[in-house]
Ligand binder design. Sequence first.
Ligand code: ADP
Ligand code: MG
Length: 665
Amino acid sequence: MSKIRVLPDHLSNLIAAGEVVERPASVAKELVENAIDAGATRIVIDVESGGRRLLKITDDGEGMMRDDAVLAFERHATSKITSAEDLSAIATLGFRGEALASIASVARVELITQRDDTPAGTRVVIEGGRMRDVKDAAHPRGTTIAVRDLFFNTPARRKFLRSEATESYHLTNLVTHYALAHPEINFTLTNNGRETLRVAPAKDLRERAYQVFGAQFLDGLLEVNNAVSEPTETSFSLPQIARVRGFVSAPRERRTSRDAQFLFVNGRFVRDRLIGRALSEGYRSILPHGVYPVALLFIDVPLEEVDVNVHPAKTEVRFRRAAAVADAVREAVRAGLASAGYVAAGETRDATAVDDVGSDVEESAAAIETTTEPINAARPTQSFELRAAPQQERIGFVPPEPAAPATEPLHATKELPTGAAPARAIHAAEAENEELRAAIQFPQTATEVKAFPDLPPLDSAIKFVREVAVETLSSNIRPLGQLDESFIIATDDEGLLLIDQHVAHERVLFDKYRALEASRRPESQHMLIPETFDLTPAQAGAFDHVAEELESYGFELMRLSGRTVAIKSTPADLPASEARNVLAEVLDTVDSEKKGAARATLRDEIAASLACHAAIKVNMPLAPEKMRWLIDRLLTTSSPTTCPHGRPVILRLATQDILKGFHRI
Ligand code: ADP
Ligand code: MG
């Protein structure tokens, strides 16, 4: 007897459900997409317990006639495409015809729908893929689908669902995305009877973003729109393949993940590495590696330029001319930054302004990544974050100056020219002479730097440099000075040490914050004027969950009306300007699973985030006593050689290896 058989429908639906229905938010995604495809102007979403118990969506779209309402639950049943050609130009969000079948195979579903042109509405009940009932029912024009008890018949999958808080967070984010992509639609989301999001139809994206995120968020954003740019003042050299519009953050807004990047291709929310990278490239020389901007970007390309049939959940796309799309995104973002004065206007892709001190900043993403490695932090791909506080305003943000000639390369004059000159590399900690210090640290022009004779290529010590093992650390560490105002150069009995000042301090603070847990007596600093912080809808849901923990670290927070929080006090050591970054980061960690296997506790997350934002930055001069203090404190921590994120804190070049390098042994 042959072994192969065609699987029955209920089994293939279950298999498809494995890909399409990951969690309540993915059910919501499919149902909201269907409502949008049906032309709804109003979408109401009601959930109970994060969508696990109930997820109900009502729309006022075109509705379905009875036959269609039944057929809709068949696998590969769709009204959206009819031929293979249709697949190459998909204008609707759905097209695979498998969402309803998949959802119905793993939940109890009730659908009620009504069209304008039929006398009666229809109610369909289907449970675990079995049709239970079809009959007349009253409903205004449109459709209501209630999905109950998700995964009731697949206990293994139910176990994979996360806490209610996590599922709610995902679901709220999902609805937020669609609300942003469709300003014309009225959205309401209620979770356990509490209204999480309600937005009336808005006239454009700006108004919708304001409704969703609040005025403060919008204030910090720069507009991106490559359709309105004058060809003369921008650098579009290509025929424009993609319309790029939306908002990106000013460089002071920093995130340690891409979570606050909302990317849409032809109105579809996608996770796209290509666009993410292009976005980061737009920020080259403004944001360092590993720090991400906030973005809300809508990329519209001709339908035939993009393949959306890549993944069952339709969250990935493939561009026919990917490089051209990436260019368009990067240049649009760059132009947005330029018009706000963050980069020189008129700067083109090929002229990287500061680049005359000997570093080749290439265009490729790979090159960007390597040139922004910490060890090269002094290269012109200099970051905003990596600045000492007092210089930050002056260097990072250069407000548009009407008097300045448009061609003036802002970087070259206002940003520190850094890099090649060996004399600049090591600042003697003892350099008391102010004049000398100034000359070393702030050479006026790039040409002055160039005045030093260039050395022929030197051997690299890279093969000898090692991370330091804790056992080999003695307390006999003597700081000598700083490299690039970022790394403490020190010696110990075994050789030369390089200590990353930021992560070293991060480790010190992390241990300190973690110790608070035992004492429960946080030190705080009171804000003279409380700062306010606008929560996103998803963060608002997470707020109650984390507020108490945050307070145990010294935050004093007060929920004001709506989604606004007042920050009345902040933890000791944390600069007030960083309080909001910490809050945003911690609220977003409610989505804990993305942290991977070694899922840290919420407290670890808070302590790590606080430590990171409170720690001294790189590119900050340190007095000898401060270096001494930092090293002494570091040595008393739980793990002096690794930072809370697992990165090395100290590198060593052993005397033995130095001798080898010089061919002395
Ligand atoms: P797809 O959206 O890929 O076509 P689905 O399984 O999501 O597949 O839906 C199947 C069909 O059911 C759709 O093509 C559409 O005709 C119909 N449908 C689903 N939801 C709605 C709705 N809310 N309003 C009107 N028609 C709907
Ligand atoms: Mg669909």
